[in-house]
Design a protein around this ligand. Structure first.
Ligand code: ZL4
Ligand code: CA
Ligand code: ZN
Length: 380
């Protein structure tokens, strides 16, 4: 009986390629692949690897990348290096590389192949039916477009993984809790009624990437299959849980997906270097717990997250949620212990107690009602 319903233990597969954490976007760039090593070390330090099947993921192939991206963009990504970039300036403009957000760093394409390979391995574990949940914290780069880089993202591992899952799953829900709008994934499936994209994000008309208004709802047969939840700064645990639970219950009930893809961008945490929300690590993890309880195959990915000690804390806590383990608040001894001082605990108080939530219940209810209206247009 203990294995029935939402109390059942799920088979969890974990994917990671150590080399991915060694890349550098460049001096001062907020995206730090080293956060992946911090996370992996904490996950293993807590012994969570004993509760999952852990795999060293492979790099994706050029052919796999071409399932979504255009061949001239891929060819450019393969060839450009920090040393020969002066020969490519026209192409850099065309593909949106070389500017500060998407620099050409050493091995940039190898980095793409690593995070995309891990997401594809994870997706295949689910489509083969050999795991219930598959995790890749190095993935979740939701801004990359078919023919261009955007917002620290070069290759869209999420779109590639969803295409893989669509081979066996009739309907997939994509859920994005990164503080930024999941524009690249929304764009890829804007005309599809087999993938419903749902993004929660900061929206104020200028915050990157500038899209994600509640009125963006899909077109053609995809009309009503793109859902946007625009929020403003300092949203707290209670308000976020309120809108997340209500919207996701309505989405799951009307769309009835057969698989979930969850992007867990950790820049929606309080005290993030780029974000401005006020979520605790538990508040962020509640979303993971909530989606897990729907008990259907789930692909769990990383995303943004720029205060890297808290990124590692959040993704470690979320891994524990997926495998149903309770963690000691004292961090285990690990190679990166110095990053976690002076408290050396998992649930450090990160919430800004003086920040005023700018999302009153009335505004959240308006968003919820508008989304319910769209969902009435979804075929049962
Ligand atoms: C930086 O300090 O809003 C890049 C980017 C590099 C180092 C040295 C260069 C200094 C903040 C950001 C100048 C940097 C100017 N360095 C960057 C409109 C912008 C044009 C570029 O979490 N400048 C663009 C992208 C966002 C913009 C957010 C989130 C990804 C994800 C999924 C992507 N771009 C203004 C900024 C720095 C930098 C400091 C930066 N870039 C902050 N926000 C952006 O959703 C992974
Ligand atoms: Ca988002
Ligand atoms: Zn982000």
């Amino acid at each position: 009986l203990s294995t029935i319903g939402q109390h059942s233990k799920r088979k969890v597969a974990y994917f990671y390629q150590e080399e991915a954490s060694a890349f550098h976007y460049g001096e001062g760039h907020p995206m730090k692949p080293a956060r992946l090593a911090l996370t992996h070390n904490l996950v293993f330090g807590y012994g969570l690897h004993e509760k999952m099947n852990c795999f060293r993921s492979r790099s994706a192939t050029d052919e796999e990348i071409a399932h979504y991206h255009s061949s001239d963009y891929i060819e450019f990504l393969q060839r450009v290096t920090p040393d020969n970039r002066h020969l490519w300036s026209q192409w850099m403009t065309r593909f949106n590389l070389g500017v500060d957000d998407c620099p050409i760093f050493d091995g940039v394409y190898d980095f793409c192949l690593m995070y995309a390979g891990a997401s594809l391995d994870a997706a295949r574990k689910l489509s083969a039916g050999t795991s219930d949940i598959a995790v890749n914290w190095s993935g979740g780069l939701h801004h990359a477009k078919k023919w261009e880089a955007s917002g620290f993202c070069y290759v869209n591992d999420i779109v590639l993984s969803i295409l893989e899952l669509l081979r066996v799953h009739p309907r997939i829900v994509y859920v994005d809790i990164d503080v930024h709008h999941g524009d690249g994934v929304q764009e890829a499936f804007y005309r599809s009624n087999r993938v419903m994209t749902v993004s929660f994000h900061r929206y104020d008309g200028s915050f990157f990437p500038g899209t994600g208004n509640i009125d963006e709802k899909g077109v053609g047969v995809g009309k009503n299959y793109a859902i946007n939840v625009p929020l403003t700064e300092s949203v707290d645990d209670d308000s976020y849980a309120y809108i997340f639970r209500n919207v996701m219950n309505d989405v799951m009930e009307s769309f009835r997906p057969t698989a979930i893809v969850l992007q867990c961008g950790a820049d929606s945490l309080a005290k993030d270097r780029l974000g401005c929300f006020n979520l605790s690590i538990r508040g962020h993890g509640e979303c993971v717990k909530f989606m897990k309880n729907f008990n259907i195959p789930m692909l769990v990915l990383g995303g943004g997250g720029y205060t890297i000690r808290n990124v590692a804390r959040a993704w470690t806590y979320e891994t524990s949620v997926l495998v149903d383990q309770v963690l000691d608040n004292d961090l285990p001894n690990n190679a990166y212990m110095s990053h976690f001082g002076p408290e050396y605990v998992l649930h450090t108080p990160i919430k800004d107690v003086s920040a005023e939530n700018t999302n009153p219940r009335q505004k959240l209810d308006y968003i919820r009602e508008k989304i319910r209206e769209y969902l009435r247009g979804v075929e049962h």
